[in-house]
Design a binder for this molecule. Sequence first.
Ligand code: SF4
Length: 216
Amino acid sequence: MESLKEKSKRAEKIVEILKKLKGMPYLSVHKKDSPFRILIGTILSQRNRDIMTEKASKKLFSKFDNVEKMANASLKEIEKLIKQSGFYKTKAKYIKKTSRIILEKYNGKVPKDMDKLLELPGVGRKTANCVLVYAYRKDAIPVDTHVHRISNRLKLVNTKKPEETEKELLKIVPKKYWQVFNELLVNHGQTVCKPIKPECYNCKIVDYCKFKNKNL
Ligand code: SF4
């Protein structure tokens, strides 16, 4: 059986290969976004396709581009703007409540602390970790559906739930790679290691992958 140390080495190889594919600098797509936009955008992305998240975020922020406006917006208006996002009624409630709490309790600033983030409506570990990494450049691994699926296919982890995956990855992935891990795997999941029919014949990390049903 592969030891933790061996898995760690394999994870390192995988990250180094994916990093080269993507090119430097990392996290560039998020550079211009404020912590508030990253937080709300991540709530919108929950159980939603990437393309729909983008459309809904664009519409919502075109009308309410800061925490104050969002906190004072009517629920109906928010719902209308994010209708393309799945579960939009629930998300609209979360967005409004969360904006209000940030405005009133945190003086308009998104908290930088995991425990405080988790108290916000609609914020689970994935969303909180996204804020820590993409808004504040803190060392964390957000585990979304891509990271969960690919980490299991690679057999870096053997887990059922994203929370378990996060816990395991924190032991396996060297800390210097935590901040880039999500972005690299999301990119890999969208382009090559897709949920259905992964393109293993086109995969640059195939030599480090232990997935049984490779399409080669
Ligand atoms: S070899 Fe296939 S299953 Fe493994 S990471 Fe690449 S695309 Fe995904």
